[in-house]
Design a protein around this ligand. Sequence first.
Ligand code: SF4
Length: 318
Amino acid sequence: MNAPFQSELPPLRVLIAAPRGFCAGVDRAIEIVERAIDRYGAPVYVRHEIVHNRFVVDSLRAKGAIFVEELDQVPDGVPVIFSAHGVPKAIPAAATARGLEWLDATCPLVSKVHRQAERKIEAGRHVLFIGHKGHPEVIGTFGQVPEGSMTLVETVEDVATLDFPADAPLAYLTQTTLSVDDTAAIIAALSARFPDIAAPRGEDICYATSNRQAAVKAIAPACQLVLVIGAPNSSNSLRLAEVAERCGTPSQLIQRATDIDPAWLSGVDTLGLSAGASAPEALVREVVDWLAARRSVTEEQIVSAEEHITFKLPRQLA
Ligand code: SF4
């Protein structure tokens, strides 16, 4: 049987969440790499993916960036940039010891958590850090403080297994890209078990993560499917797909339009679309174009917050 013509398929309403896509920390990290290439000439080395998105990494590679996982893969005499997720203190120290010029693209909101961890520990507290084991931001934050001064908590269940008395001097901090709802549940469990636990000054989950999750919550109940554009190793993108599912709406994490299985759209007349903080807007347009080539599409942007945050560049590039 021939595939139906577009005119035979029902129209598709596409609700596009806003805010979505690039945050101020990702904009800054990309600009640091681009300006460093202009300033120092190619190649410029970047330790770890500057942000967790293949298309961003590929486009910077085409401009002269070389991505490596470890500092010892960086040759002498070339500049190196540390990714937006942050690095343990030992990494810039090792770069300095080798005489390398280095630039720090750590998001200032991640650096803020680093400084809080140091302060809580200097004040004599043990820090319970809510985050995902193995994520570079978690590795970077643990690398700011002496070994043994911080314990990772990943789930509500982990709270019951913590081996501290109820009146132990504790504090909690969190990774910036977590689920707002899951984290609230973990904090509630920590506060119930350790009534004197110190909270961070202000929220650690960053504005971009919370705004993108709220924007998905605003569209998901009206949709039969939510597509989230983001990489499978992007923490904030994974959380957006989870948020949609928790609203009762199936969701799919895709890297770009070609990942869409046309069968997903069967019976869908309202589709939600969002993008993680490291996914470029061009990929959102690519997905809308892919849909419009198959269905008669009407787009609606559902704005749940405005964002006007920008961060300064490192002094070497300002
Ligand atoms: S998601 Fe938040 S913490 Fe991460 S780079 Fe963006 S603004 Fe910074």
